[in-house]
Design a protein around this ligand. Sequence first.
Ligand code: ADP
Ligand code: ADP
Length: 234
Amino acid sequence: MLVELRNVSKRYAMGDIWVDALKDITLSLGKGEFLAVKGPSGSGKSTLLNILSALDQCDSGTVQVGGVNIGKLGEHKRSKFRNRHIGIVFQSFNLIPVLTALENVMYPLTLRGVKNAKARALQALKDVGLEKQAGQRPTQLSGGQMQRVAIARAIVTRPDIVLADEPTANLDSKTSETIMALIQKLNREQGITFVISTHDDYVTSLASRVITILDGELVSDRLSGDVLASGYDR
Ligand code: ADP
Ligand code: ADP
């Protein structure tokens, strides 16, 4: 299994009160899956993604990604793990404004000292349908185009897994659909593993598997076929 979470719990202190952001989550994920994480705001979706990317650590339980026990790594090794294994797509795109689309996509490769960075970045831009915009800066691009650049930047390093926390939250519904169709295509055609958190039913309808988290608890885990048929998911 690419990802193995066993009995993972995480709490946050809010003054005198403890908030259980995740309660005893056990979950495995295989290579090539497209997992949607559903649940209302505050249910623990971001916390789960932050633990998978080793941005955050759980209080109890174990987290393995690509055979690495990331719960036990120190700060430096966690950042190294992230660079090697994880691609991240943000809801606010997080592109570097002074760099062109191509330079934004090249950036993580340049940091790693990859030699054919430009050719690989151009290919990634082509994969997201933006090769014509390679020379444009983020301000010259639409929201949907910016998110495409961000997706190209996340996949260009060939990560084991791409994590996206509400990637369509800042996009209109039409643009959201094209972004999700792109993610579905990358998953199907290139076998890229995606984990996406969302409120959006359209997003979950394209995923191959949907888990629902409510108040930190994993309350359902379904393969795509039965998601639409069930009345439970909201
Ligand atoms: P989402 O858009 O996924 O609902 P939020 O807006 O709830 O995310 O949270 C955004 C980020 O802020 C997350 O990384 C989360 O860990 C952090 N966060 C959420 N709630 C709090 C809080 N009460 N105090 C501090 N940080 C928080
Ligand atoms: P979601 O992504 O589903 O909106 P989050 O994972 O952001 O949910 O938050 C789950 C719970 O944990 C919420 O009650 C939130 O306020 C709390 N929380 C998240 N991050 C922090 C933080 N850094 N500090 C304090 N509380 C947090």
